[in-house]
Design a protein around this ligand. Structure first.
Ligand code: ADP
Length: 357
């Protein structure tokens, strides 16, 4: 079991990972999901022991990663994003080299390499030069390098990035076949990717955990009874949120594009769990026409997983913004109050100086 408690990583004043806690059970496949720069790689690098946290703890099977670094590292197989492969080596030679690096004893190495080759389906190309195999096979070689030596935990950073659609499917199936054999943590910025492979999803944005849920719950709660309406109106200074705030079924409003023809397009997510036969388009159209706003285009579609993900991220951005605004308002009030207090009290030193005069 992996337990992460109040983990933080700062680079100077910048907080890349901000006080996150979660736990992962043995044998689970868990996805870190978040946009680029969210803090996924940093978190993974801390779990592998590759970078040190600023604060917080990571324990694996009860062992603290800092105090028992060697023991913990032996339990982990890591595949970084865009792993550099030694292209002048043959597939088997590379995996053998990785086994050596992972300190697999010489007498067990052949068996370990065979097992890694079998599990990743590399038998057909084991004697080919890495430079001569396809991008999909190269990714398999990286995976084989991370599983050789029987780690309990696999950490895979963006395992399908840069692959073509057919190769993506192959690698996803391969990772799914690891279920039960390894505890897998993988990262991605695509919800459909994570939901396809993982039992549990940890959504990260701006270094913070936005949501932890089972894949089924997340999909059901976010896409069931949800519709997405795309709306185009004339560009203007007002915020349409102000005119639509009485419509309870709207769960999020986002500007998706400001167009060349002086129009603006919004994406409105509507969620109606009441089971009513309400037509969101009619209600939105009525509310906007009351304000004299002319709708130039409106389209409705079922919410997809990607819509759900974009919504979760957008809502967390708005929450962050609101908290920042609140903090700066509170700071400004404090400054005002202390200034007022100082001005209302006679300054003793000036008074004394004045008295001496
Ligand atoms: P992700 O993997 O989700 O794309 P990362 O964990 O790579 O995100 O990065 C999180 C944030 O931390 C980003 O804003 C990134 O620029 C910053 N960051 C990562 N590594 C460093 C570093 N060594 N020095 C300064 N900032 C860094």
């Amino acid at each position: 079991m992996i337990e992460v408690e109040k983990l933080t990583k700062k680079y100077g004043n910048f907080t890349a990972v901000d006080n996150i806690s979660f736990s992962i059970e043995k044998g689970e496949i868990v996805g870190f999901l978040g946009p680029n720069g969210a803090g996924k790689s940093t978190t993974m690098n801390m779990i592998t022991g590759y970078i040190e946290p600023t604060s917080g703890t990571i324990t694996i099977d009860g062992l603290d990663i800092e105090r028992k670094a060697k023991k913990v590292k032996a339990k982990i197989g890591y595949m970084p994003e865009n792993v550099p492969l030694y292209k002048e080596l043959k597939v088997r030679e590379f995996i053998n080299y990785m086994a050596e690096l992972r300190c697999v004893p010489k007498q067990n190495r052949k068996e370990a390499v065979n097992k890694a080759i079998d599990e990743t389906g590399l038998k057909d190309v084991e004697n080919k030069l890495i430079s001569k195999i396809s991008r999909g096979y190269k990714q398999r070689v990286s995976l084989a390098g991370s599983i050789v030596g029987n780690p309990e935990i696999l950490i895979l950073d963006e395992p399908t990035v840069g692959l073509d659609p057919a190769q993506v499917v192959e690698i996803r199936n391969l990772i799914k076949s690891f279920k039960g054999k390894y505890t897998v943590i993988l990262s991605s910025h695509i919800l459909s990717e994570v939901s396809n492979m993982c039992d549990k999803i940890i959504v990260i944005n701006n270094g913070k955990i936005v949501r932890i849920d089972s894949t089924t719950n997340l999909i059901n709660s976010e896409t069931k009874n949800s519709k997405v309406i795309t709306l185009t109106i004339e560009d203007s200074d007002y915020r349409i949120e102000n005119f639509l705030n009485e419509l309870d079924f709207i769960s999020n409003i986002q500007v998706i594009s400001k167009n060349d023809d002086n129009t603006v397009s919004y994406k409105i997510t509507c969620k109606d769990d009441t089971g009513s036969s309400l037509d969101a388009r009619k209600e939105i159209s009525k509310a906007l026409s009351k304000q004299g706003i002319v709708i130039l285009e409106m389209k409705q579609a079922e919410a997809t997983l990607e819509d759900a993900f974009m919504d979760i991220i957008d809502k967390s951005k708005k929450e962050n913004q609101m908290n920042e605004d609140l903090n700066s308002k509170q700071k400004a009030i404090k400054v005002k109050l202390s200034l007022k207090e100082r001005l209302s009290k006679p300054d003793k030193s000036t008074f004394e100086k004045g008295g001496k005069k």
